[in-house]
Design a protein around this ligand. Structure first.
Ligand code: NDP
Length: 292
């Protein structure tokens, strides 16, 4: 049976280390990192995410600002708020919660965020820095996924890694991070031929597909490490449930280690957002980031 990779416990531990770093910045350097989250509209899932982000930001001792704007907000007004936050010296991280209402061009808004404050890591400047091996703010879920893989396997160098999914938000940045760890990386997607055969080569599988329980145990190399990024809402036996992109029941019989859903990658995302905010604050202040 596979070892269970406890993302919830790892994220809690990471938040503890972040709180220590924030305290150190306050006492040694006299400033408090601050994160502004902007929510446009009333999307219920987004409201929950934003509330959780604000709560955890305050819990680690950072400043938190929530800007809740009506769904009717114009693109120009949103861009003006982003510009104001870009100029605010107390604000070190800006996150605009996606999805935005249809009348707003998300790409335009994301590229208006100062790359130095882009704690979601979606700005093309940060994407370009990541892919050219420079210091960058990197998207939170990919960072969290690779942290869990390293925590489980130690050094990743030389491993065969297969990333299923090539989105800008998860698949591509995960692949870049694994390349930086000296893995041999394959990116699979909906046009990949013989996906089970490709996955079977992998020592490390990262699934970010959005298809409930797609990856089966008999696709895996025995002992492989499986990081399941998928979060899919399904109904089973008349009950609503969250499942990943991997069929946990069959995969746990073959894998060496596996993340559960929920409780695997999910809790890492906000912890990595806080991690990025401390990194951004230190870079803006021109000081070394404390160990976290
Ligand atoms: P996208 O829909 O943007 O991308 C999905 C990718 O999977 C695409 O590259 C697509 O290929 C590929 N794909 C789709 N079907 C297949 C298939 N049958 N075989 C192989 N590849 C396939 O999703 P995201 O990357 O945004 O998210 C992926 C999953 O991760 C979702 O379940 C999402 O909920 C979850 N997620 C979890 C987060 C968290 O833990 N906090 C954060 C973000 C996402 P193609 O490019 O060819 O279309």
């Amino acid at each position: 049976m596979a070892k269970l990779i406890d993302g919830k416990a790892f994220a809690k531990d990471l938040r503890g280390r972040i709180a220590g770093a924030v305290q150190e910045l306050k006492t040694k350097h006299g400033f408090t990192p601050g994160l502004a989250v902007v929510l446009v509209g009333e999307d219920p899932a987004s409201r929950v995410y934003v509330a959780n982000k604000a709560k955890q930001t305050v819990e680690v001792g950072m400043n938190s600002w929530e800007h809740r704007l009506p769904a009717s907000t114009s693109e120009a007004d949103l861009l003006a708020l982003v510009e104001k936050l870009n100029r605010d010296p107390a604000c070190h991280g800006i996150l605009v919660q996606l999805p935005l209402p249809k009348h707003i061009d998300s790409a335009k808004v994301l590229s208006a965020i100062d790359p130095a404050k882009d704690v979601d890591g979606f700005h093309v400047v940060n994407v370009g820095r990541l892919s050219t091996g420079q210091e960058a703010l990197v998207a939170c879920t990919p960072v969290g996924s690779v942290m869990l893989a390293k925590h489980t396997l130690g050094k990743l160098e030389g491993l065969e890694a297969v990333v299923i999914g090539r989105s800008n938000i998860v698949g591509k940045p995960v692949a870049q991070l694994l390349l930086a760890e000296n893995c041999t990386v394959t990116i699979a997607h909906s046009k990949t031929r013989d996906l089970p055969g490709v996955v079977r080569r992998a020592d490390l599988v990262i699934a970010a597909v959005g298809r409930p329980e797609m990856v089966k145990g008999d696709w895996l190399k025995p002992g492989a490490c499986v990081i399941d990024v998928g979060i899919n809402r399904i109904e089973r036996d008349g009950k609503a449930r969250l499942v990943g992109d991997c069929d946990f029941a069959s995969c746990e019989k073959v894998a060496g280690a596996i993340t559960p859903v929920p409780g695997g990658v999910g809790p890492m995302t906000i912890a990595c957002l806080l991690h990025n905010t401390v990194k951004a604050a230190c870079a803006i202040k021109g000081i070394a980031t404390p160990a976290m």
